[in-house]
Write a protein that binds this ligand. Structure first.
Ligand SMILES: [Zn+2]
Ligand SMILES: [Zn+2]
Length: 362
């Protein structure tokens, strides 16, 4: 539980909270923050170099140097960085990186839009013709419908958790992931792939959410109801997220001692880097058996450095390397995703400076 200081709201003095104070308060909750463009709900722009180059966030020198490029990838809980960012540009808004904060935010839209076919309102749940959908107009209605079908209270009315009214009349329902080893992905309720309900978005890993009190040209994101902090995600809602494909499946990591596929039978192109990287990933994953004193950081560093070299030599693509490293790290230290990502970033960057050429293979 956070102490008194950590739960005190930045508005306590009776004045409107400055974005700087809000950012500091969020960081005290353990939520990594990043700047939003002044008056907007989108991240502050990248530096000139990052704008020009269109490179991925991973390995970008700006992040290591503490520059807030690449949106939520730059998010931090470091008070010194926060002071530097918002001290320099006090008008920046505050975004919270949901994944690093272990937050799952249900983002209910109230946009005027054409209501789709009844079977697309709640993906995976056919709605019988007897159900009267007269008056259904927004995400508030589809979320209430889902809750009613499950005989659960409507999350939009959940007074136990932090809820934030958006300038467009939508609602952000903030929840804490009670099982951080289980990761959830983002989705858009109007999307054709993964979705919870029509006009209901999910913000989790790989997404960010606008912090309460943030002011944009359209208005202010205002806390609603008594709760100041997110409650644990209700179990039934977690189950709905799993049912609708929001759980991020973790690829199994083979321990170093018993490779699942004999090397001679592996595809030739992939055999080279796997033979080098698999044992190192196995060592990282095996730290799961020892929560402390397993030299986890050192092992993750070594695997990341090697992977960086393999990427630089063109044997492995960076996204794949990152996924393998994150997966091994999550298995061993699921409670410190943000720290794991940072170690991986640094190690990949360092390793990239020394390409690891595999001889006789390609
Ligand atoms: Zn940059
Ligand atoms: Zn960059």
């Amino acid at each position: 539980m956070p102490g008194l200081g950590a739960t005190r709201e930045p508005t306590a003095a009776g004045r409107p909270a400055t974005p700087h104070a809000v950012a500091r308060w969020c960081a005290l909750q353990g939520w990594p923050v990043h700047p939003l463009a002044s008056g907007r709900k989108t991240p502050a722009g990248n530096c000139a170099a990052c704008r020009k180059q269109h490179h991925p966030a991973a390995g970008c020198p700006c992040l290591a140097a503490g520059r807030p490029c690449h949106g939520f990838h730059a998010a931090t809980t470091d008070p010194a960085l926060i002071d530097a960012w918002w001290g320099g540009t006090p008008s920046w808004g505050v975004g919270v990186a949901c994944g690093g904060a272990d937050l799952v935010v249900i983002d209910v839209d109230a946009h005027c839009a054409q209501v789709p076919d009844r079977n697309r309102l709640l993906p995976g749940i056919p709605i019988h013709d007897d159900v009267d959908l007269q008056g259904l107009a927004s995400g508030f209605d589809t979320l209430a419908l889902l809750a009613a079908l499950r005989r659960q209270p409507d999350p939009a009315q959940d007074e136990s958790t932090l809820r934030v009214r958006t300038p467009s009349g939508g609602l952000h329902i903030w929840y804490r992931n009670p099982h951080p080893a289980v990761r959830f992905r983002c989705s858009t309720g109007s999307g054709s792939k993964v979705a919870l309900a029509w006009q209901v978005d999910v913000r989790a890993d790989g997404g960010y959410i606008v912090a309460p009190t943030t002011r944009t040209a359209q208005g202010v994101y205002l806390r609603e109801g008594p709760a100041r902090l997110p409650a644990p995600l209700p179990e039934w809602l977690g189950e709905e997220l799993v049912r609708t494909g929001h759980m991020i499946q973790q690829a199994p990591v083979r321990p170093s001692s018993r490779p699942a596929v004999p090397r001679s039978r592996r595809p030739r192109a992939a055999g080279g880097w796997q033979a080098v990287l698999d044992p190192l990933l196995g060592e990282v994953a095996e730290c799961a058996a020892m929560p402390e004193g397993a030299a986890f950081t050192e092992k993750l560093n070594k695997a990341g450095y090697t992977a960086g070299g393999l990427v630089a030599a063109g044997h492995l693509d960076e996204a794949a390397a990152r996924a393998l490293l994150s997966d091994a790290a999550e298995r061993a230290r699921p409670w410190q995703s943000t720290r794991n990502d940072r170690i991986i970033d640094d190690a990949l960057t360092a390793g990239a400076a020394r390409p690891f050429l595999l001889q006789g293979r390609s």
